[in-house]
Write a protein that binds this ligand. Structure first.
Ligand SMILES: NC(=O)c1ccc[n+]([C@@H]2O[C@H](COP(=O)([O-])OP(=O)(O)OC[C@H]3O[C@@H](n4cnc5c(N)ncnc54)[C@H](O)[C@@H]3O)[C@@H](O)[C@H]2O)c1
Length: 252
């Protein structure tokens, strides 16, 4: 059992690594012996994190600034990755943003911005990752959301729901195209997880919690087991799947 869930010695990158979920996953994976490139818009947070994690857990960690919406920036990021690491075993495409605006009022620019980071950014990073994985395989995990399955209320986030629905379906399409290369592509759809992204929506929390069968918001800790599963041989035959982890929210 220990062997099939073993991730020690694997190497990969995680985008949005300076955020609530990304930084927690990075720390837990480093603790498990995983070598990591920590990717975010700038290196303010991920720079010190990389030093701390390599010092504490003896793994190789690097910090890269990259805007996932910019194809050139993503290309440079994976070029640097190839110089610093021997291979890309996995990519966690986690960077994402949200903004609350009514669909009737939102500007096209604001709508596109969310889709650009959450969906197009996932595509660019998945494509760049697959190019490095070609010929040897790997595991790509895209961050979707329960918003790919349901419409969040009472906040109005049509742009976010659309982008995450796109991530779920894009994941399936990429999984089918790359299956023969043994590149597995899956997505994760969390419910509400207590990070900065939802901290700004505190007024909504009581209403959300009353709808969550398990009666609480999720924590980044609730996600780590799923990521270890997806990066390890335990999920060797899983591709094109979307895994919901939401305290029961979407079962209602
Ligand atoms: N927190 C939740 O309740 C929740 C639920 C479901 C899904 N998610 C998804 O999980 C992912 C992480 O969410 P989080 O709660 O940790 O958010 P967060 O705001 O704490 O972190 C997001 C990170 O992405 C980075 N980022 C934003 N735009 C970027 C860009 N263009 N290029 C590179 N990096 C960029 C930010 O700098 C930040 O560090 C997101 O995709 C989010 O949509 C979150």
């Amino acid at each position: 059992m220990e062997q099939i869930f073993n991730v020690k010695g694997k190497s990969g990158f995680i985008t949005g690594a300076g955020g609530g979920i990304g930084s927690f996953l990075a720390k837990e994976l480093a603790k498990a012996g995983v070598n990591l490139a920590l990717v975010d818009l700038d290196t303010q947070k991920v720079g010190p994190m990389a030093e701390e994690l390599s010092g504490e857990f003896g793994v190789v960690t690097k910090a890269y600034a990259c805007d996932v919406t910019d194809p050139e920036s993503v290309k440079r990021m994976t070029e640097r990755y190839s110089e610093d690491f021997p291979a890309l075993d996995f990519a966690i495409n986690n960077a994402g943003i949200a903004n609350i605006e009514k669909a009737m009022d939102i500007s096209y620019e604001d709508f596109k911005k969310v889709v650009d980071v959450n969906l197009n950014g996932v595509f660019l990073c998945a494509q760049a990752a697959a190019r490095l994985m070609k010929g040897r395989g790997g595991s790509i995990v895209n961050m979707a959301s329960m918003s790919a399955h349901i419409v969040n209320v009472p906040q109005t986030i049509a742009n976010y729901c659309a982008s995450k629905g796109g991530v779920k379906t894009l994941t399936k399409a990429l999984a089918v195209e790359w299956a023969q290369e043994n590149i597995r592509v899956n997505s994760v759809s969390p419910g509400y997880i207590a990070t900065e992204l939802v901290a700004g929506m505190k007024d909504y929390h009581p209403g959300w919690i009353s709808r969550i069968p398990m009666g609480r918001l999720g924590k980044p800790e609730d996600l780590i087991g799923l990521f270890v599963y997806l990066l390890s041989d335990a999920s060797a035959y899983m591709t094109g799947s979307d895994l919901i982890i939401d305290g029961g929210y979407t079962s209602l």
